[in-house]
Design a protein around this ligand. Structure first.
Ligand SMILES: NC(=O)c1ccc[n+]([C@@H]2O[C@H](COP(=O)([O-])OP(=O)(O)OC[C@H]3O[C@@H](n4cnc5c(N)ncnc54)[C@H](OP(=O)(O)O)[C@@H]3O)[C@@H](O)[C@H]2O)c1
Length: 303
């Protein structure tokens, strides 16, 4: 563990991040290391499929807030590895919730827009009925329930289309594709909202402080909504603006039904309403277009 917290508002708050090498976990590690007393576990340090190890290692770890950014996130593989999906995405979060309750610590657990079936055409609110259409979504929903059944003071944060500098995602794939090929395309009939890991990192501390001691489910995503094609197009526009050489400058449209290699079903529309988050914190999330522009400026234009 590092030294004492450097953020006086939060005293000597000890934060432990599980999944510290993942796209989100690594961003949280980096963003918090100068402000809090932070420790992390990646898979090599703690394999979540070894439940005894999880219990033993965490019971002897001092913490005020435990952030679970680990998950079995391969949506297609979850279909064929159902037991593993439920172990990592549902059973482990319940165990983490119990360990936190014993320690009088808070668990912040991440979930997904894929808990929804995608039939709505307006942003999903926290009270909407979750009805997953994939094993990944089912297992994540079970994880939410397991966490909140233990302690309603714990927090479940549902996010969508996570992107950031620590592990490539859709946006990096489309940029690489446009750098190497004259044509790129993306699905134009599936809608949600990109969520920038640096914005998630900035949002979470509002729930660490006693004043923000909210428990339950909260949705967090950047503001607005788009298709994957629009998301990709904006990324290329930002790259163009930043002077990044591209072979393709427009993103062609593909249809969801043409994704023959996908095993799992995905929701067509899974935009998360952030009205509750905004009401709780008084801080509306920034738009997805600004988040993407910031990402390109910071992590691509200086390459
Ligand atoms: N990515 C998205 O678009 C998206 C959308 C909605 C919700 N979410 C949720 O957001 C959270 C963070 O996702 P992410 O994008 O950061 O995913 P990610 O990059 O796949 O990170 C997940 C992490 O969990 C770790 N992990 C998986 N199985 C493990 C095990 N048995 N033991 C220990 N660690 C294990 C992985 O380790 P390895 O690095 O060794 O594989 C990885 O570091 C997850 O709860 C996810 O469900 C993500």
């Amino acid at each position: 563990m590092k030294g004492r917290s450097k953020d006086r508002r939060y005293g000597t708050m000890k934060i432990v991040i599980i999944g510290s090498s993942g796209r989100l976990g690594a961003a949280l590690m980096r963003e918090y290391r100068d402000r809090y007393d932070v420790a992390g576990f990646n898979r090599a340090q703690l394999d979540l499929s070894n439940l005894n190890d999880v219990r033993e290692r965490l019971r002897v770890t001092n913490l005020d807030v435990l952030i679970n950014a680990a998950a079995f996130t391969n949506v297609d593989l979850c279909e064929t590895e159902r037991d593993r999906a439920f172990l990592i995405n549902a059973e482990v979060p319940g165990i983490l919730a119990r360990i936190c309750r014993e320690k009088r610590a808070k668990l912040i657990h991440f979930s997904t827009d894929y808990v929804f079936e995608g039939e709505k055409r307006a942003p999903y609110i926290e009270e909407d009925k979750a009805k997953p259409i994939s094993v990944y979504g089912e297992s994540k929903l079970a994880g939410e329930k397991n966490v909140l059944a233990v302690e309603n003071r714990h927090l479940v944060v549902r996010v969508s289309w996570v992107f950031g500098p620590d592990r490539p995602s859709f946006i990096d794939g489309i940029i690489k594709g446009a750098q190497e090929n004259r044509e790129v395309d993306a699905i134009a009939d599936k809608f949600s909202t990109p969520t920038y890991t640096l914005d998630i990192a900035a949002a979470l501390p509002r729930f660490f402080a006693p004043a923000g001691d909210y428990g339950g489910i909260v949705h967090f995503a950047n503001a607005g909504e788009c298709s994957w094609r629009e998301y990709g197009q904006w990324a290329l526009d930002c790259c163009h603006e930043a002077g990044l050489p591209l072979k393709a400058t427009t993103v062609g449209a593909r249809k969801l039904k043409d994704m023959a290699n996908w095993v799992a079903q995905r929701p067509v529309y899974s935009v998360l309403s952030t009205a509750k988050y905004t009401k709780l914190t008084g801080m509306p999330p920034g738009t997805w277009r600004d988040a993407v522009a910031d990402y390109i400026t910071r992590f691509y234009s200086k390459k």
